[in-house]
Design a protein around this ligand. Structure first.
Ligand SMILES: C[S@@+](CC[C@H](N)C(=O)[O-])C[C@H]1O[C@@H](n2cnc3c(N)ncnc32)[C@H](O)[C@@H]1O
Length: 250
């Protein structure tokens, strides 16, 4: 492994899975299972093991986006994986694409998109949130996701770049729509994520005014299936609402 590479250390203790995300460095990693010399990782490869000073053995893995969803530091509500899946599927996001994203929040959506696209530029209005997101992105080992501190409502009019996909997960997404077309390549997509019908309706109206086509709103509902000795059925846990996804095209 190389310096600064992101790593997932996974172990089992008393039948329970425990995982930690860190980076390869010359430092020591402290956990309740003892101290790990991260410098030793330089001589290791993915799939090898590393042992703490207390004798606890960890398997070395490469963190993937679901690990970041679980372990990234959170500043607010991230977009849920089921909804991120819809964004990717309905825009056809691919490795040639550049994405403009706002607000960054914890950077969960930006990281997922960055793990697929060529480049992601994400705007976050709060300086401290931007700092946390940058740290999460660094821990994920992504060097193609740039977090800029600023209000997308104002910043978008000053942008002199073009993108293939624009994702908006902010309360004021409706105020951004009128300027989205000028930063989108022909045939590009804009996607918004809003918890309420009222916001979604306003966003759709603004999209229509701005001349977007194929304006579609979906809610993605996910049901886990529970397996027990009594039988197999959809989980009785509440099917919670997250947000409405509105997708439109230039
Ligand atoms: C729901 S969170 C976004 C979560 C993010 N998509 C994720 O998956 O981690 C909304 C974020 O947008 C930021 N925000 C709100 N209005 C904004 C604006 N006009 N420009 C940039 N960021 C904004 C908030 O500070 C907050 O961090």
């Amino acid at each position: 492994m190389r310096l600064e590479e992101a790593v997932l250390l996974r172990t089992t203790n008393k039948g329970k899975l425990r995982e930690f995300i860190t980076t390869v460095s010359e430092e020591k990693f402290h956990s309740d299972f003892g101290i790990i010399d991260l410098g030793e990782l330089l001589q290791k490869e993915i799939g090898d093991t590393i042992t703490s000073h207390m004798g606890q053995v960890f398997v070395i893995q490469k963190p993937r986006m679901p690990d970041m969803f679980k372990y990234a530091r959170r500043t607010g509500a991230p977009m849920m994986p089921k909804d991120i899946g819809s964004v990717i599927a309905y825009t056809g996001l691919n490795k040639q694409d550049s994405v403009l994203d706002a607000g960054t929040g914890s950077g969960i959506l930006a990281m997922y998109l960055g793990s697929i696209a060529k480049r992601v530029v994400s705007y976050e209005v709060k300086d401290d949130f931007a700092t946390v997101a940058r740290r999460n992105i660094e821990r994920a080992g992504l060097d193609n996701v740039e977090v800029r501190c600023g209000n997308i409502v104002n910043e978008i009019s000053a942008l002199d770049e073009k993108f293939d996909v624009v994702t908006l997960d902010t309360i004021d997404a409706m105020d951004v729509i009128r300027n989205v077309k000028k930063v989108l390549h022909a045939g590009g997509f804009v996607v918004t994520y809003s918890p309420f019908f009222e916001q979604t309706k306003e966003i759709r109206d603004r999209m229509a005014e701005a001349g977007f086509v194929d304006v579609t709103t979906i809610e993605c509902i996910e049901r886990e299936i529970s397996f027990s000795d009594r039988g197999t059925r959809p989980s009785t846990a509440r099917v919670g609402h997250t947000g409405f996804i509105t997708i439109a095209r230039t």
